[in-house]
Design a binder for this molecule. Structure first.
Ligand code: PMP
Ligand code: GLU
Length: 400
């Protein structure tokens, strides 16, 4: 047999998806594993959105659509961006894709050449560096500190820029840290973007999952860099629609055109039925449903903050958005389990999974091997059980 693709061989599998699949497999084997892996809201998709999907099927809206997306969805997105984000883009400057993940990839393909550098603050969402490598560009990871809530500063950003820099990936609210940049922080970063001309891929998928009264600000609304910013969003998190696979990007027409061309050769349009449902999600009034979901996430977040504050040696930042708790297990590394030292959070997560039946994602995939990500998009009951088990697990390990 001839050799296979080197690029694919060197690609990392998405750790979030791999671990969530592993937890599901153990559950199907009858093991009572609590999965705090993939970030996926545990609520059903709201009823009016489901009805729109059912109606689409009944009306035989089951054929290819325009590659770019159906006009009513493009229009709904354009209105939403203007109303909620102060971003003014025509429907022609929007591309609907098969999830925000697909949109991020389309954006990178549209702007990157071989050897271009893409700056990514670390910790980062698992897929960013791998997607950058897939488009033959180079991820430049900039380590941020828990003291600054894992947010990159303008000075750090300036230092990372070279002649080869092409783009920056911004994710606020952030997966995995839950950090949310304030408007002032983003305006300060925007001045660096304006000076350097970098493209900004602003992944705003968690924009509606916010706590403690913090507000979301879209960097794409800053006029001076308007044409440099590619705003990415979707329906997965805000409307509990992860399986419907609808995301979008909004940007200057040339960028959209590139991603659109690519999509026309790869997937064609996003699912027709899901596009109808997403139109209702984005143009309808789902304030009450979103408030209910975010309210539940907040109860779980507060429960975790209380509980984790009482676990010796655990450090974490208070998440202000998204639905993850990112915590340091550094003081527990070097503990000995079955005669072997726990070296990284991978070993610690393996210990918690195999011995205590709680699945979490090690920080390795997010750029912080001493940290662990826990998703609290699960029921309170499961979360209470998981915390009990984790406390037992940590109790068996000796913090430094
Ligand atoms: N960006 C971030 C930061 C995410 O956590 C996710 C989670 N899936 C996505 C993008 C992709 O979302 P989707 O493809 O489901 O729209
Ligand atoms: N974004 C979610 C997560 O980080 C879903 C899994 C994925 O798309 O990687 O868990």
């Amino acid at each position: 047999m001839r050799s296979l693709s080197r690029k694919v061989a060197s690609l990392e599998k998405s750790q979030t998806l791999a671990l969530s699949a592993r937890a599901k497999k153990l559950q199907s084997e009858g093991i009572d594993v609590i999965s705090l892996t993939a970030g996926e809201p545990d609520f059903p998709t709201p009823e009016i959105i489901k009805q729109a999907g059912i109606k689409a099927i009944q009306e035989n809206f089951t054929k290819y659509t325009a590659n770019q997306g159906i006009p009513e969805l493009l229009k709904a997105i354009s209105i939403k961006l203007q109303k909620e984000n102060d971003i003014r883009f025509e429907p022609s400057q929007i591309l609907v894709s098969c999830g925000a993940k697909h949109s991020v990839y389309g954006a990178l393909q549209s702007i990157c050449n071989k050897g271009d550098e893409v700056i990514i603050p670390s910790p980062y969402w698992v897929s960013y560096p791998e997607m950058v490598r897939l488009v033959d560009a180079v991820p430049v990871l900039v380590k941020t500190s828990p003291e600054n809530q894992f947010k990159i500063t303008p000075t750090q950003l300036r230092k990372a820029v070279t002649k080869k820099s092409k783009a920056f990936i911004l994710n606020s609210p952030c997966n995995p840290t839950g950090a949310v940049y304030t408007k002032d922080e983003l305006l300060a970063l925007a001045t660096v973007f304006e000076k350097t001309g970098l493209y900004v891929i602003s992944d705003e998928i968690y924009e509606k999952v916010l706590f403690d009264g913090v507000e979301h600000f879209s960097i794409g609304s800053v006029n001076a860099i308007r044409d440099q910013v590619i705003t990415i969003n979707g329906v997965s998190k805000a409307y509990s629609m992860t399986g419907w696979r609808i995301g979008y990007l909004a940007a200057a027409r040339e960028i959209v055109e590139g991603a659109e061309k690519l999509q026309s050769q790869m997937t064609s349009n996003a699912n027709s039925i899901a596009q109808k449902a997403a139109t209702v999600a984005i143009s309808g009034d789902l304030t009450a449903e979103i408030r209910m979901m975010v309210g539940e996430f907040d109860k779980r977040r507060q429960f975790l903050i209380r509980e984790f504050n009482s676990i010796k040696g655990i450090e974490f930042i208070y998440p202000k958005g998204a639905f993850y708790l990112f915590f340091s297990v550094k003081t527990y590394l070097k503990s000995v389990v079955d005669g072997k030292k726990l070296k990284t959070s991978d070993n610690l997560c393996e210990f918690m999974l195999t011995k205590h039946h709680v699945a979490m994602v090690p920080g390795t995939g997010f750029g912080n091997p001493d940290w662990v990500r826990m998703s609290y998009a699960c029921s309170m009951q499961d979360l209470e059980k998981a915390v009990e088990r984790l406390k037992r697990g940590f109790g068996e390990l000796a913090p430094d």
